[in-house]
Structures are given as C-alpha cells and as structure tokens.
Design a protein around this ligand. Structure first.
Ligand SMILES: NC(=O)c1ccc[n+]([C@@H]2O[C@H](COP(=O)([O-])OP(=O)(O)OC[C@H]3O[C@@H](n4cnc5c(N)ncnc54)[C@H](O)[C@@H]3O)[C@@H](O)[C@H]2O)c1
Length: 432
C-alpha cells in the first residue's frame, strides 16, 4: 500500500520504517528541512534501539522515502497518517492542536481521489470530527475518510511495540476504510495483535484513558513508597506482591522519580481539560497530576536530607538524565527540575547519559557532561542514579569513585541495599 506519514518524529519515523519493512511504500514527510536532509544521509534524529538499521535498510531498497513536499507526498499516497506533535497549550492544560489543524488544511488541497486520513497523533475526543469539517470545506466527503488509529508504542521499545502490539485500535464506522486498514495491519494481527474496530471518538479516548491509567499506577506506587520509607517496609516487596495479582499486573508498578516523557504529563492534563469542557470532573487523574508534580520536589528534599542540608559545593553526579532508559527524549524529565534546583543551592553537577550531552544543560553554570561513567562518578560526593539504563547496573563504585566518603541515592532501586551495606557504601533507595 502507498502510505504517507506526516511528521517524522518518534511516532512517524518508527511507524513509517516499520510499515515499509512490512512491504508498503512509505513517504515520511517533515517540515523540518534539516531532519529530512539528515535522514536522506542515513543520520537518524532520535535514539531508538534498532531504528537505524531498519531505516537504512528500507531507504536503500526504496520502500522508504523522505520528503519535505507535503502536497506531492499526499498525491502519491492512499493512506495518510498524521503524526505531528500535540503538546500542552501554552496557557492551559488542553492539547495544542494547531499542528494537526494546519496539516488538515494542507491535506485538503491535494485530495483528487479517495484517501484515508488517519490521526496517529494523540488527539482529544472530537478532533476527528473537526478534521473532517476542515477538509470537507474544500473536498467532497466521498473522497476521504477520517479515522483514528492511536499509537501505543513506548520509546526505547518502539519497534517491538509497533510490530507486536497488544492491540490495533481503529476508530471508524466506514466499512471501506476498516477493510483496507485491517488488511494493512494483517501482518501484525497474524502475530497475535487484537484488532479493535470502534467509533472514532472511542478510539481517541482509549489512548488518553490508557496513558492516564498507567500514570495513575506509577503515581500510586510512588505514594506508597513514601509510606514505606516511614515504616521500614521495602516498596519492592509491595510491587512484587501486588503485581503478581493478575488483575493488577506488575508493569508500571515500580517506584521511582516522577513520571515524565513526551506523553504522560501532557496526556493526563489534556484528558482532564477535555472532561472539564464536557463538565465532567476527572478528579482521580487531577490528583495524579498534582501528586506527580510534587514528586520531584519530594525527591529533591530527600537529596537535601541525605546531604544533611549541606548542598553548597557538593559534587553531585547524575547517572542518566532522560525520563527513562533507552531513549534520548528529555521532554518533562524530572532531571530538568532537579539539576537546576541543586545548582541554585550551590551544588556542582556532573552527569553522564548513554545518549550524550543535552542541550538543556549546556548553558547552565556548574553543570558538566562526562563522556563515560567512570569520569562522571570519580570525584562525587553523591551519585544519583536517575535513569534505569543497563549500563548503570553493575558499576564497581568502590573502585571507580576516588572519594573516600561518597553516597549513592538510587532513585530506580537498581542495587541491593544489603549488598551496599556489606560493601560499606552509604546507600539510599526509594521506598525503603
Ligand atoms: N513519543 C511517543 O512515545 C509517542 C507514543 C504514542 C503517541 N505519541 C503521540 O504522537 C504524536 C507525535 O509525537 P512524537 O513524539 O512523534 O512527536 P515529535 O515531536 O517527535 O515529532 C513530530 C514531528 O512533526 C513534524 N511536523 C510538525 N508540523 C508539521 C507539518 N505541518 N508538516 C510536516 N511535519 C510536521 C515536526 O517537525 C516533528 O518532526 C503526539 O501526539 C504524541 O502524543 C507519541
């Protein structure tokens, strides 16, 4: 099939590469000229395991193309996936849909035969209705169908998640589009993905409801971790004991820093804003947002306590600064709050991240990027394990930290506190 992905970011590039690998002809379009020029040279703009090989392979066999020409790419395609960003509005909690509506206006000028227009971006319920209205101003409704097909991939696991999803959600009542899309996804359905055909509005809401639920799970266990710290109970035991209950499940039930990333923070806000619009109070999700916002402050306070309030001139090392492992995405990472706050109190920060130095910290005084773990931790008074990369799971702290007295604050509970006790290392974890 001939597909066009509008927006070549985490979602557009991964799904475009995967669809081309499944045998479709795919054009990935982006308005970012540099991004497209780089992609044509085989330079991948994001860190995502396995993506380089997939992109280069399919670009070389000409099933995957890159373009900045939206009109031409639409003319050449039958199925158009909108994969542009839907960030939080500057003033408010709702989703800023300007990128979506701009694209809808651009698309309508290039429809000369039947096209399926799909929102893969996460969009509030009724956005599909609006897109349909925008396009039908200029194009007969017989020539297009607007469908919702939310994407559930996780950064860091994106290719696996795309190829082996739990479910493919298709929101449309148009049987012609449904048949074509079931066919497009048939390689994934035959590998076990459930195909769910529902109304467009329901598909739009499923995505937000899923993310809000996962964010709630994380926040729930994070709050319980706070209690565990006061009653000499290990939160890891609670996570295991709860997670083994099949009704609950162990995933997204590990205590740690505040949830971050490009989706949970903005999607929890957007779903409450949508509900407010329809005069419905999603009070559970609202309190999750509040609790999560408070979480970074709470962990920061813990850092102060660990250092007995003496932060000035302390050398603090962050291992990992992205919001989670296996991604280079810094959006809403709790390190963006913690590092500047610690500098303000006079700390000197050294950090290492497997995905390299971050622009977010380049202009900050007293923040230094180290090129490897050893040089990052060498002179530290306090080492904060912020992100759960495998690279951080077997560090020989005794050998590699040159300071006699150093402390570890393991925000991901990677290490065993008993082992650390045996090694006579001052060690703090979350929820114990
Ligand atoms: N990142 C994730 O893990 C993830 C997972 C599931 C769903 N989503 C959703 O998918 C959507 C995209 O997220 P993302 O993380 O891939 O965003 P992103 O910021 O990485 O990519 C969006 C891309 O769209 C491009 N763009 C914007 N306007 C354009 C236009 N008019 N024409 C062509 N290109 C244009 C931008 O240049 C950018 O490259 C969001 O709604 C997000 O919530 C994201």
């Amino acid at each position: 099939m001939k597909l066009c992905m509008i927006g070549t970011g985490y979602v557009g590039l991964v799904s475009g590469a995967c669809f081309s690998d499944l045998g479709n002809d795919v054009i990935c379009v982006d308005s970012d000229l540099k991004k497209v020029a780089d992609l044509k040279k085989g330079i991948i703009p994001i860190y995502e395991p396995g993506l380089d090989e997939l992109v280069v392979k399919n670009y070389n066999n000409k099933r995957l193309k890159f373009s900045t020409n939206l009109a031409d790419s639409i003319l050449k395609s039958d199925i158009i996936f909108i994969c542009v960003g839907t960030p939080t509005k500057k003033n408010g909690n709702g989703a800023d849909l300007s990128q979506i509506y701009n694209v809808a206006k651009e698309i309508r000028s290039s429809i000369t035969k039947f096209k399926i227009i799909i929102t893969k971006s996460t969009v509030p319920v009724t956005t599909g209705d609006e897109i349909e209205k925008i396009i039908s101003h200029k194009v007969s409704k017989k020539l297009f169908s607007v469908v919702s097909n939310p994407e559930f991939l996780r950064e860091g696991e994106a290719i696996r998640d795309f190829i082996y999803p739990d479910r493919v959600v298709i929101g449309t009542k148009d049987s012609r589009s449904n048949k074509i899309l079931k066919n497009l996804y048939s390689p994934l359905i035959s590998k076990g993905a459930k195909y769910v055909n529902i109304s467009r509005r329901a598909a739009e809401l499923i995505k937000y409801a899923s993310n809000a639920f996962l964010a709630t799970k994380i926040t729930f266990i994070n709050e319980l971790a706070n209690l565990c710290e006061k009653i000499d109970v290990n939160i890891e035991d609670i996570s295991i004991g709860m997670g083994l209950d099949k009704r609950i499940g162990g995933r997204y039930l590990r205590a740690g820093p505040a949830y971050g990333g490009s989706c949970f923070p903005k999607d929890t806000k957007a779903i409450t804003a949508t509900a407010d619009k329809f005069k419905t109070n999603l009070s559970v999700i609202k309190s999750v947002i509040k609790s999560n916002e408070n979480r970074s402050l709470l962990l920061l306070k813990r850092v102060f306590e660990i250092l007995n309030g003496k932060v000035k001139n302390k050398k603090i090392c962050f291992l990992g600064v992205t919001f989670k492992a296996n991604t280079d995405d810094m959006r809403d990472s709790s390190s963006l709050f913690m590092i500047p706050s610690l500098i303000k109190k006079g700390a000197k920060i050294n950090y290492f991240d497997p995905t390299g130095e971050k622009n977010n910290f380049k202009k900050l005084k007293n923040v230094n990027y180290s090129v490897d773990i050893k040089s990052a931790i060498k002179d530290s008074d306090l080492i904060i394990i912020h992100t759960e990369w495998n690279d951080f799971k077997s560090i020989n702290f005794k050998k590699d930290v040159k300071k006699k007295k150093f402390i570890i604050f393991d925000m991901r509970n990677i290490y065993s506190s008993n082992k650390m006790k045996e090694l006579k290392i001052k060690y703090f974890s979350v929820g114990s």
